[in-house]
Design a protein around this ligand. Structure first.
Ligand code: BGC
Length: 420
């Protein structure tokens, strides 16, 4: 609805931020622990969210958020396959959940976000089918422990990105390149694990008499040719779309498998255009300044394409007839005006898609904090709160975008006019 100068969102709409354990917690033992990022950074302390989460929850509450999407780190909970859950680590997450509850912040728990316990990595990670029952066992134990505290379960975060960057592009551990067979195996094993985990979550995870919500978070990137008539660039774009969008959606949600999900999580950042086979995005090394000369609008990662949200939301809605959460959107840039415009444009597109019938239930800004951005280390800053990594107390400082987003969360609406 348009109430004069604002676009209202439906009552109960979730507004929050998203983080992941490896990127914010610190003190983790997984495949990232000894990984050195391009800037020389590592995740061994990160934002120390592991110890500073009470302060971070206070921030969320102060900023008027009513939701938080975060991961529970498998490697903390199980020391070996089929082992009982580590009770101290469980108590840690229970405390986080209780603090959120005390502030009326709805949790969405992510079960897998680009990391595995060392004993899973040593058997080949998700290329090995034996990982499926181990994961399902973990989920079964975790849901038994947390069922009265969590209603929104997000099994896998961006299986497409994980399998692509770890097995095709070599950016994430185990840093394999062009192993298409392994890419496909990872996707199909994760899809099977999602179906089994979902069965357990819906059987054992009854929350206040209701079946919980279960879904994956799919990264949706549009892949286009820079020159519409270049056959090679079109073929590259089509190949990427086919592999990362179509194949992955079919694996998780095609046919009878759709019944394993009660929602779709959509991580949406923008698009990638190809020129002479090269991906024209900063994340692939193209400088933002050069891209600007080509007429591209980019943050420090990808091209922005807010109108894409108005295309993908109705598509997903019609194809799967499931409610949708925008489980991630954000931008990395030192220019806060750019970020405010990007947020406004994407939320306006979201609102339009909802007015056109898309059933979207919530939006999670990526991210609460500047954090460890995987292979890029600390150079890509997505946070609403800046973190001073040079100071051992890791102080958080609100950036200008905080005020903009906090007002949106509190008012449950966005201004019609763009920021100046
Ligand atoms: C991932 C996050 C990542 C963000 C920004 C998403 O692909 O889920 O872990 O930090 O995008 O690149």
């Amino acid at each position: 609805m348009n109430h004069g100068d604002v676009h209202k969102f439906p009552p109960g709409f979730l507004w929050g931020t998203a983080t992941s354990p490896t990127q914010v917690e610190g003190h983790i033992e997984n495949e990232w622990t000894h990984f050195t990022a391009q800037d020389g950074g590592h995740c061994r302390i990160a934002c120390d969210h592991y110890h500073r989460y009470p302060e971070d929850v206070e921030w969320m509450s102060e900023l008027g958020m009513n939701a938080y999407r975060f991961g529970i780190e498998w490697s903390r909970l199980q020391a070996a396959p089929f082992a009982p859950l580590n009770q101290n680590e469980l108590a840690h997450y229970v405390d986080l959940l209780e603090r959120l509850k005390a502030k009326n912040i709805t949790p969405m728990v992510v079960l897998h976000h680009f990391s595995n316990p060392p004993w899973i990595n040593s058997i080949g990670g998700w290329t090995n089918a034996a990982t499926i029952p181990a994961f399902v066992d973990y989920v079964q134990k975790l849901v038994a422990a947390l069922k009265d505290k969590v209603f929104l379960w997000n099994t896998f975060n961006e299986p497409d990105t994980y399998a692509c960057v770890a097995y095709l592009l070599g950016g994430f551990p185990p840093q394999r390149k062009w192993k298409l067979g392994q890419f496909r195996k990872v996707i199909s094993h994760m899809a099977r694990a999602h179906v089994e985990a979902s069965r357990i979550l819906q059987r054992d995870g009854i929350f206040a008499g209701r079946k919980p919500e279960v879904g994956i978070a799919k990264n949706w990137t549009f892949f286009h040719a820079y020159k519409k008539f270049s056959p090679w660039d079109r073929a590259t774009a089509f190949g990427c779309h086919y592999t990362f969008n179509k194949f992955v959606l079919d694996a998780f949600l095609g046919g009878w498998r759709r019944r394993a999900s009660t929602f779709i999580g959509l991580n949406y950042y923008g698009r990638v255009r190809f020129h002479h086979f090269r991906a024209m995005i900063p994340a692939s090394g193209a400088p933002v300044k050069t891209l600007k000369e080509f007429g591209f609008v980019c943050d420090d990662m990808v091209e922005r394409y807010p109108e894409g949200l108005e295309k993908i939301l109705p598509y997903l809605q019609q194809k799967f007839r499931l409610p949708i959460f925008i489980t991630e959107h954000g931008s990395a840039s030192a220019d806060e005006n750019f970020r405010a415009r990007d947020l406004h444009e994407n939320l306006t597109a979201l609102h339009r898609a909802m007015a056109g019938g898309a059933d979207v239930r919530g939006f999670f800004y990526w991210s609460l904090l500047d954090n460890f951005e995987w292979q890029f280390g600390y150079t890509k800053k997505f946070g609403l709160l800046a973190v001073d990594f040079a100071d051992e107390k890791l102080p958080r400082t609100p950036k200008p975008l905080v005020e903009v987003y906090a007002k949106i969360c509190r008012d449950n609406s966005i201004p019609v006019s763009p920021p100046v």
